[in-house]
Design a protein around this ligand. Structure first.
Ligand SMILES: C[S@@+](CC[C@H](N)C(=O)[O-])C[C@H]1O[C@@H](n2cnc3c(N)ncnc32)[C@H](O)[C@@H]1O
Length: 301
């Protein structure tokens, strides 16, 4: 049984054709190894480093690649990866959550099963869960999370209802949170997903991790190497777009003389998005956006 369908698979593999050599692959969000397997099958890299912070994904990756000596599997948040230590020809990050994280109700990412505890940790070793946030943050902090990460117009009112609710009983289960916020998502069903998205991003500190990746991963990219990032919401895509644009521009002084060449060239002027057909077969692909850069070959040291 396929647990997770890799999105934009052909488009990611095709980016490998931009390389003169494909020796070393780093997949920062390896998940269930779908993208990595396809890149291995097509380009046969000498070394493959697969990261994920989720223990279940790591178990599955170890099973999947048990006989492949080239593959090194590391359980780690990519924000702590020592990018300065090694170089790779292809770096991939397929951000966000996997299907097993959403589908295994006990992980508490989904609003579907009211009996589940609100966990939402990608890294099961982390102490902070969604229950922690919902019990410890004050109204202003909750509103800020809902506004920033869910882009919810009524963030202040939703936060107030959460705080009112927990004065009578703690918010521990999916059912508790659904009840506390029912007024909003019953009026507009999309809101429920956005409340859960906001909490999930906060629990896993996802945007701060992405910031670290965007600043440091370029150090681990060999000249002529490709970095590809798939994002699933506008907050992530905006960051990727801005940083990739910055890398693709030369540094100029005030009269327009070049101080430093561009670190990379954009391979995707506009993001690559899934076809209608892919979305029909895998509705979770619908918001995916793929952006990629290729690192400049002769950068002065
Ligand atoms: C969309 S899935 C990747 C699926 C994968 N490309 C495949 O083909 O199976 C995202 C994965 O990234 C992991 N992840 C998300 N943020 C992470 C981070 N900061 N560090 C390490 N892993 C992360 C999640 O645990 C999840 O398994």
């Amino acid at each position: 049984m396929v647990e997770h369908y890799p999105v934009l698979l052909k488009q990611v593999v095709d980016l490998g054709l931009e390389l003169d050599r494909f020796s070393d692959l780093l997949d920062l969000t390896a998940g269930y190894g779908g993208h990595s397997q396809a890149l291995i099958d097509r380009f046969h890299p000498k070394s493959v480093t697969l990261l994920d912070q989720d223990a279940y994904a790591i178990t599955k990756l170890r099973q999947k690649f048990a006989t492949n000596q080239a593959v090194d599997i590391v359980q780690q948040n990519f924000r702590y990866y020592p990018f300065e230590q090694r170089q790779f020809d292809f770096i991939l990050a397929d951000l966000g959550v996997s299907s097993p994280q959403l589908d295994r109700a006990e992980r508490g990412f989904s609003y579907m099963d009211p009996s589940q505890k609100l966990d939402m940790r990608m890294n099961q070793g982390q102490v902070k869960t969604a229950v922690t946030l919902l019990s410890e943050l004050d109204q202003v902090e909750l509103a800020s999370i809902l506004r920033q990460y869910g882009e919810l117009r009524f963030a202040g009112s939703i936060a107030k209802d959460i705080v009112d609710y927990r004065q009578n009983q703690p918010i521990v289960t999916v059912g508790d949170l659904n009840q506390a916020t029912s007024k909003y998502w019953q009026a507009k069903p999309k809101v429920q997903g956005l409340i859960y998205q906001a909490l999930r991003i906060a629990v896993n500190d996802e945007l701060a991790a992405l910031d670290q990746l965007l600043v440091h991963a370029i150090e681990a990219l060999r000249p002529g190497g490709v970095m590809a990032i798939i994002s699933f919401h506008s907050l992530e895509d905006r960051k990727v777009k801005q940083k990739f644009r910055e890398y693709s521009e030369a540094k100029l002084d005030i009269i327009g003389r070049e101080l430093a060449p561009a670190k990379a060239r954009l391979l995707t002027k506009r993001p690559i998005m899934p076809s209608k057909n892919e979305i029909v077969n895998n509705p979770r692909a619908r918001s995916a956006k793929l952006r990629a850069i290729i690192k400049t070959k002769n950068l002065p040291s």
